[in-house]
Write a protein that binds this ligand. Structure first.
Ligand code: PAF
Length: 296
């Protein structure tokens, strides 16, 4: 299916974006662009787009001739059926936002299109996938690798854009790209935050007013903890962050790990490496939020 969206913002400024639901139709359009020597960028998303996604699109539009944004809520990466059920689906609104953002093609496939038969591939990214999200969301990264590899193979982009809020995901996708020898340059983009510090996430929409008011404490605590690095041990900073957040009403830290940013393994001493990142997952009620901050 090929749907055209024409946005007339000003009479002199006509933007045309196309929406595809099949790989074949998308590839036919991309083949013409590639034959004309155009550079293609891909922004994989699960929709419910917010300013964080739009900043990825902005980077992509600036660095490529053609921007493809995929919108697909990938069932194989949800270890929690409830989370999949409640994941926001707002395709019409997403398409309107992407038209204005300068996207060239939206790829919004059905589940049957992406998984005509069950994907039985099992990836091994150890030790990157044994910790943090990998430990608490078994199978999650295998599902991410399944869908991202399918998208990479369908689009074969020159570049692909991912948000650093999903710090571990970026490391896993980098490894997957190497393992499968896919000719795609990964472009990690900085976390976009609300003015109160809360990292943008599609899940923020599920927070109650009270949870939304409390949620910025996560980022604020991480930023505050950075001040202690020169005086406190890794264990003391880790303990302080967890205790501070667990003391907030309706908040529960699932994990807070201070890791080597390359290997994702917990460090015990600030001198162990020079790329140190604190990665956190916190439940606000039943909404699970993640964030991270570079310490060194
Ligand atoms: O980060 C996400 O939104 C998803 O994990 C991704 C990369 C689009 C794969 O479904």
């Amino acid at each position: 299916m090929r749907i055209l969206f024409v946005e007339k913002a000003f009479s002199a400024n006509t933007i045309i974006m196309e929406v595809f639901s099949t790989i074949t139709a998308l590839q036919a359009a991309l083949a013409e662009q590639k034959a004309a020597g155009k550079q293609v960028g891909l922004v994989p998303t699960m929709g419910a787009l917010h300013a964080g996604h739009l900043s990825l699109v902005q980077h992509c539009v600036a660095e490529n001739d053609v921007t493809v944004v995929s919108v697909f809520v990938n069932p194989t990466q949800f270890n929690d059926k409830n989370d999949l059920l409640h994941y926001p689906r707002t395709l019409d609104k997403d398409v309107a936002l992407l038209t204005k953002a300068g996207c060239t093609y939206v790829f919004a496939p059905s589940e049957e299109e992406m998984y005509p038969e069950p994907d039985t591939r099992q990836f091994d990214f150890s030790p990157l996938d044994n910790v943090m999200e990998g430990q608490f969301r078994p199978g999650h990264f295998n599902g991410v690798a399944q869908i991202v590899s399918k998208l990479f193979m369908a689009v074969i982009p020159d570049r692909a854009y991912f948000g650093e809020k999903d710090f571990q995901q970026v490391a896993i996708i980098r490894r997957m790209t190497q393992q499968l020898q896919l000719p795609v340059i990964l472009v990690p983009c900085p976390i976009v935050r609300e003015s109160d510090g809360l990292a943008l996430s599609s899940r923020n929409a599920r927070l109650t007013t009270k949870q939304r008011n409390n949620a910025p404490i996560i980022a604020q605590t991480l930023f505050e903890s950075r001040k202690f690095v020169s005086d406190w041990s890794v264990a003391d900073v880790q303990k302080w962050v967890v205790e501070t957040l667990n003391a907030v009403d309706d908040m529960r830290v699932e994990y807070f790990d201070i890791v080597d940013g390359d290997t994702l393994q917990t460090i015990h001493d600030w001198n162990e490496c020079d790329f140190v990142v604190g990665c956190i997952a916190v439940f606000c009620g039943d909404v699970r939020l993640i964030d991270n901050l570079r310490y060194l």
